[in-house]
Design a protein around this ligand. Structure first.
Ligand code: PXP
Length: 236
């Protein structure tokens, strides 16, 4: 069984468009959990363009759920993670100008810095996942520095068409296999939707997917509970 974690960032995007309190990302999280999601993901970006600090604290205090805080390895955000203590942090690359997370993180390029981050999180009982490409060097580094989970970047697969999508899928499958051999838990995310999700289930060891944009978009028309249930039934 592959679990669904729902990313609620874009509920906050719509809220922030008018500067008020509607729609409420916490209510979106509540409805997602009630409909069967295993956890909630939110990305606290440097520019706070969607999720804000107060949302992260509210998710922690108001919901009894697995919280995955997506974040760049930046000291001010690391301190918030240490304070909030989510069950999991997912470390992503972040560029100020990008529309959304642009590819996986190169942990091999700065492994001692990421190893130190893992130690800081583990000291507080927080699991650590790295959002990386399905690349053996990155996966081996994740294991060496003590990561608990790798989240495979599925954006290349999601953006590809035809034979390119098949090629991208085969790389994800190989990445899953290598991660399994290294004793890492495997999750996947980015660009996944109701049309491209089924082949993703063939990634070895895949335990969870993290989905935001496609799910929240569908929820506009059919509501969050049904959008969550539809995705869960595709994952079964
Ligand atoms: N996983 C990671 C690491 C991400 O950065 C994102 C986007 O915030 C997602 C999953 C969800 O991607 P999408 O919104 O395309 O479903």
């Amino acid at each position: 069984m592959i679990h669904l974690a729902v990313n609620i960032d874009h509920v906050a995007t719509v809220r922030n468009a008018r500067g008020g309190i509607q729609p409420d990302p916490i209510e979106a999280a509540r409805q997602s959990i009630q409909a069967g999601a295993i956890g909630i993901v939110c990305h606290l970006r440097e520019d706070r363009r969607h999720i804000r600090d107060a949302d992260v604290y509210a998710l922690r205090s108001e919901l009894n759920t697995k919280l995955d805080l997506e974040m760049a390895a930046q000291e001010d955000i690391i301190r918030i993670a240490e304070d909030v203590k989510p069950e999991l942090v997912t470390i992503v690359p972040e560029k100020r100008k990008e529309l959304t997370t642009d590819g996986g993180l190169n942990i091999a390029a700065d492994s001692s810095r990421y190893a130190e981050l893992v130690q800081r999180m583990h000291a507080l009982g927080i699991e650590v996942s790295f959002f990386i490409e399905p690349d053996s060097k990155q996966i081996e580094t994740a294991q060496k520095i003590g990561a608990d989970i790798i989240e495979l970047h599925t954006g290349t697969y999601a953006d590809a068409i035809g034979s390119n999508a098949e090629e991208a899928l085969q790389l994800l499958i190989l990445g899953g296999k290598i991660a399994q051999e290294h004793g890492l838990k495997v999750t996947a995310g980015h660009g996944l939707d109701y049309h491209n999700i089924t082949p993703i289930k063939s990634i070895p060891g895949l335990v969870e997917v993290s989905i935001g944009h496609a799910l929240i978009s569908r929820a506009l028309f059919i509501g969050i509970p049904q959008a969550v249930k539809d995705m869960i039934s595709l994952l079964e």
